[in-house]
Design a protein around this ligand. Structure first.
Ligand code: NAD
Ligand code: UPG
Length: 332
């Protein structure tokens, strides 16, 4: 039987490529739509790559129609909190206008099912912890605002055009595929786990802790890190739910456990067998002090259960991948 195709925008990026792998393992054909502005060609391993930008509406519709896709998973976006504080325009253009192009192409092509990448950044500084979906959206950076607007627009398309959507609000994606097939690779890299691992692997480099005066137990910012393979699995579950006729959903994907930057450094030191050199810096603009999910809704509705998301497993999977990847690069 022919595999059902799913268009994966941003499928050459970090989370999208892991979702493509999980889709393929679940029997789907992931059709990657990405212009590689921040993605990696080597990460596209489980289906075709359509190398085109979200700005190209005709290419989007043609990709959906030529592969008769059953659903779209929309990952393509700019996703860095700090960058959004210095360049909000790019964030609204790419994350809002780009998403509208995806939605319009779905309507034009008759594709009804959409899984969208949202984020805990929409909650801003939450009124209480852990964060439940009913808490108001109150973003404190343009990135979070752009994703909240995207969710609202998708909702209106659901109401007016009958699309069915599942917005997955991930907390902090981290780790790499445990088999080592793919991993996180950005240039430059802004994220805490890869930077801490890089500093542990290279005695001449330093890891900067952004803020030691947060109102948290050790003074550093707390996040809910969720393994990227667990996130990928949630996308497959969300897709099945939509294909089986499930209604629209917005849900958190996190673990319920907060981990401070200092605790990330401890996990990385255990995985790497060496402590990274550390320097203290002021807070990074746009960063909230503490974000921790209540993941009950995803666990009940999608029957999702994160299984690799403890900080040590995340650090070990990521460390293994970086050692291998850096070794390959030094041979190249
Ligand atoms: N990484 C996280 O911790 C995290 C957490 C919450 C939500 N998210 C969301 O998940 C999604 C994926 O994040 P990621 O960390 O994998 O980012 P990423 O930068 O690794 O991947 C994004 C991919 O989209 C592509 N892309 C971006 N704009 C494009 C455009 N206009 N046209 C074509 N391709 C384009 C890039 O080339 C890249 O391959 C984003 O929507 C992000 O907001 C990520
Ligand atoms: O060199 C560094 C890098 C990061 N951090 C801190 O580590 C935490 C995590 O930072 P980072 O890994 O850059 O992730 P976030 O800024 O939290 O953003 C990620 O997680 C968000 C959800 O919280 C997603 O929406 C974003 O797309 C994704 O980039 C933050 O407190 C940072 O200040 C440092 O102290 N030093």
């Amino acid at each position: 039987m022919e595999k059902q195709a799913v268009l994966v925008t941003g499928g050459a990026g970090y989370v999208g490529s892991h979702a493509c792998m999980a889709l393929s393992e679940a029997g789907f054909l992931p059709v990657c739509y990405d212009d590689l502005r921040r993605g990696n060609r080597w990460a596209v391993q489980w289906g075709p790559l359509i190398e085109a930008p979200l700005e190209d509406s005709a290419a989007l519709a043609s990709a959906m129609q030529s592969h008769s896709v059953a659903a779209v998973m929309h990952f393509a976006a700019y996703a860095y909190v700090a960058e959004s504080m210095s360049d909000p325009s790019s964030y609204f253009r790419n994350n809002v206008s780009g998403s509208i192009n995806v939605l319009d192409a779905m309507v034009a092509s008759g594709v009804p099912n959409l899984v969208i990448s949202s984020t805990c950044a929409i909650y801003g500084i939450p009124p209480a912890l852990p964060i439940v979906e009913e808490m108001p959206a109150a973003p404190i950076n343009p990135y979070g605002a752009s994703k909240h607007i995207m969710e609202e627009i998708a909702d209106w398309y659901a109401q007016t055009h009958g699309l069915r959507t599942c917005a997955l609000r991930y907390f902090n994606a981290a780790g790499c595929d445990p088999s080592g097939a793919i991993g996180e690779w950005h240039d430059p890299e802004p994220h805490v786990f890869p930077l801490a691992i890089a500093a542990a692997l290279d005695r001449n480099s330093q890891f900067s802790i952004f803020g030691t005066d947060y109102p948290t137990p050790d003074g550093t910012a707390v996040r809910d890190y969720v393994h990227v393979s667990d996130l990928a699995e949630a996308h497959v579950l969300a897709l099945h739910r939509l294909l089986e006729g499930g209604d629209n959903l917005r849900c958190n994907l996190g673990t319920g456990q907060g981990t401070s930057v200092k605790e990330v450094l401890e996990a990385v030191a255990s995985a790497a067998g060496r402590k990274p050199n550390v320097v203290m810096h002021p807070r990074r603009p746009g960063d909230p002090p503490e974000l921790v999910a209540d993941p009950s809704l995803a666990m009940q509705t999608l029957r999702w259960k994160p299984i690799r998301s403890d900080p040590l497993t995340i650090a070990e999977d990521a460390h293994r991948w970086y050692v291998r990847r850096l070794g390959e690069r030094s041979l190249a």
